[in-house]
Write a protein that binds this ligand. Structure first.
Ligand SMILES: NC(=O)c1ccc[n+]([C@@H]2O[C@H](COP(=O)([O-])OP(=O)(O)OC[C@H]3O[C@@H](n4cnc5c(N)ncnc54)[C@H](OP(=O)(O)O)[C@@H]3O)[C@@H](O)[C@H]2O)c1
Length: 362
């Protein structure tokens, strides 16, 4: 396949693939525009697409103001690669249409991740999978899975993963702009009060509108993310299990996971108990994590050094700390992991996949 000609506004970009960012106005889309402005520029035209509500708005990308156009079939005319950062149902309807018009789709939603004909790609772990895309669609994993999988992939390559037990501490931006707006509104209602000392006092202060969350999230911890699945599991928990298995190529990996929402704006954290084929040493694990691409080992508890969302937010790597061997199992490690859910957890990984596809053009 060769790149279509762009409109030639900038001569240097002529002949490079044309990119569409669908959902450019959203939480993920906004970070995507920053990343496209910061990374080496491999694109010709960049077309920004959102709902009709946003048509005509101007957004900055690569230092230029670009007008947002409404999602339509014509919007994909001449597009080589289309990133989808929109709700599942919008991606489910429109990604196949974009692919039918000749674009390679990189989809950030949950609509296609478990489709056997759609690869689920993390460039540091399974980059080869990007070329096997019979539907013309490549899926980007869920942000919670992505926040840990680069570190786990590196450990798996050396030690052979046999079991995962995970708890998440998920930021509100994982629920999009609405999640962030909800936390900020609730924080303004509880700031400077003595709330948090009596049952229900926070709930009464923030009111019935808890946004995309089932409970108040300010001054609270909510053991729920996503929608209800069988036997009391949440959709987010099922995604972590199913997607980890698919990315690592371990279809029978035992995975136990509990997803929890915390009052953090952006950056998911996870505690991970990972059991491997044989005995593991902390020293060996530290050496792997210290040299793995996309991972930063930040682990010196004696000096009070371990990753936290407040420091990891806005950065690209997966941050790993609190590396210990399990007290009662010499084959298992305990880790604490932080990753920006809007960067590596969404926009950055999508951009990396799209850049792998862009390298096929030319
Ligand atoms: N937030 C995360 O941490 C995260 C991580 C990984 C994956 N994801 C996935 O990425 C996708 C986007 O999430 P988000 O958090 O960025 O959501 P968001 O902040 O709610 O933004 C949604 C985007 O989709 C657009 N959109 C909504 N309905 C549309 C329609 N009918 N036609 C065209 N465009 C439409 C919106 O455009 P308007 O502004 O015009 O309404 C907006 O640009 C979702 O599938 C989400 O599951 C999110």
């Amino acid at each position: 396949m060769s790149a279509r000609q762009d409109t030639g506004r900038d001569g240097g970009r002529t002949g490079r693939p044309t990119l569409a960012v669908v959902g450019a106005t959203g939480a993920v889309g906004s970070v995507m525009l920053q990343i496209l402005s910061q990374h080496a520029d491999v694109w010709g035209d960049i077309r920004l697409i959102a709902s009709p509500r946003s048509a005509g708005r101007k957004l900055a990308v690569r230092g230029e103001e670009v007008e947002v156009v409404a999602l339509s079939e014509e919007a994909f005319d001449g597009v080589d690669v289309a990133m989808f950062d929109v709700p599942d149902e919008v991606a489910a309807q429109w990604a196949p249409l974009a692919a039918a018009k000749g674009a390679v789709v990189v989809d950030n939603s949950g609509a296609f991740r478990m489709d056997p004909d759609v690869p689920l790609v993390v460039p540091e772990v399974n980059p080869h999978a990007v070329r096997m895309r019979p539907r013309g669609i490549v899926a980007n994993p869920n942000c919670t899975t992505l926040s840990m999988i680069v570190a786990l992939g590196a450990l798996h390559a050396e030690f052979g993963l046999r079991e995962l037990v995970v708890s998440s501490y998920q930021a509100v931006s994982g629920a999009g702009r609405d999640g962030v707006d909800t936390l900020r509104r609730q924080l303004s209602l509880v700031a400077g009060t003595e709330l948090g000392t009596h049952p229900g006092d926070v709930r009464r202060a923030v009111g019935d509108d808890t946004g995309p969350f089932p409970e108040p999230v300010a001054l609270n911890v909510v053991p729920w993310a996503g929608s209800l699945r069988e036997d009391g599991w949440s959709s987010e928990e099922m995604k972590v299990r199913d997607e980890s298995r698919k990315i690592l190529g371990l279809p029978n990996l035992p995975v136990a996971v509990t997803c929890v929402r915390v009052p953090v704006v952006t950056t998911h954290s996870l505690t991970v108990h990972a059991r491997f084929e044989g005995e593991v040493s902390v020293q060996g694990a530290r050496e792997i994590l210290a040299t793995a691409p996309g991972v930063v080992l930040f682990d010196n508890p004696a000096a009070g050094e371990f990753p936290t969302p407040a420091d990891a937010v806005g950065t690209d790597p997966t941050w790993v700390g609190r590396v210990r061997r399990a007290l009662d199992d010499p084959t298992a490690l305990e880790l604490f992991v932080c990753g920006d859910n809007l960067r590596k957890g969404a926009a950055l990984n999508t951009a990396q996949i799209a850049e792998l596809v862009a390298a096929e053009f030319g």
